[in-house]
Design a protein around this ligand. Structure first.
Ligand SMILES: Cc1cc2nc3c(=O)[nH]c(=O)nc-3n(C[C@H](O)[C@H](O)[C@H](O)COP(=O)(O)O)c2cc1C
Length: 186
């Protein structure tokens, strides 16, 4: 698939099956991420990869966060929360490692750079025939989850990228007309 077709056709898929991306594929995904635009070369990126028992540990962290937020939660709901990361054989958490007080690179630029890294991973995954879905839910912003993943005070958890083999045909992207979004100053 050529680059423009990939950019025009990228599509998320929530239904993901094993096997997880291979080490070689993961290396290609990270190399794509590391080409994200990066003002002043701060490399404000950190990735945590979850698979196997790591997926279970992430589920426990989500359950702990949910329990802290809602101590009266019933067991069945808590169990459903615990299972959320099992929707994919592999998850990459993309974190913006934000350096505050950078006069020319405010935090928003560093977070945007990490967002570009996440997008690059989605695109590279599709190019490899993998399926992917970017999720945040409430847990990306949760204090317990942030602490559990070792985020610094200024860091942002940009998203959890769920990755695996597509469990069906990729959805057809919506048709959008650039004219609806573009203003011209000629
Ligand atoms: C920062 C960010 C967070 C997102 N979080 C979620 C989420 O928690 N749950 C969800 O169903 N979709 C989430 N999405 C949207 C999906 O990843 C996806 O973009 C959407 O379903 C539209 O599909 P498409 O990417 O094929 O256009 C998020 C997207 C972004 C950019």
């Amino acid at each position: 698939m050529d680059a423009l077709t990939l950019l025009h056709q990228r599509s998320s898929i929530g239904k993901l099956a094993g096997p997880a991306p291979s080490r070689e594929q993961l290396d290609g995904l990270y190399r794509a991420a590391l080409r994200a635009p990066d003002h002043k070369g701060l490399t404000p990126w950190r990735f945590i990869e979850f698979s196997g028992a790591g997926i279970d540990r992430l589920g426990e962290l989500f359950a702990e966060a949910e329990y802290q937020a809602n101590p009266h939660i019933d067991d069945a709901t808590l169990d459903a929360v615990r299972k959320k990361p099992k929707r994919a054989p592999l998850i990459i958490a993309v974190i913006a490692k934000v350096t505050p007080d950078q006069p020319k690179v405010p935090p928003v630029e560093q977070v945007l750079s990490a967002g570009c890294a996440a997008h690059a991973i989605l695109l590279a995954a599709q190019a490899m025939g993998l399926g992917a879905m970017w999720r945040t839910g409430s847990f990306a912003f949760d204090r317990t989850v942030r602490r559990g993943l070792g985020l610094g005070e200024h860091d942002e958890l940009v998203g959890f990228l769920y990755l695996g083999q597509p469990g069906g045909r990729l959805p057809t992207p919506p048709r959008r007309d650039p004219a609806d979004f573009v203003e011209r100053w000629d």
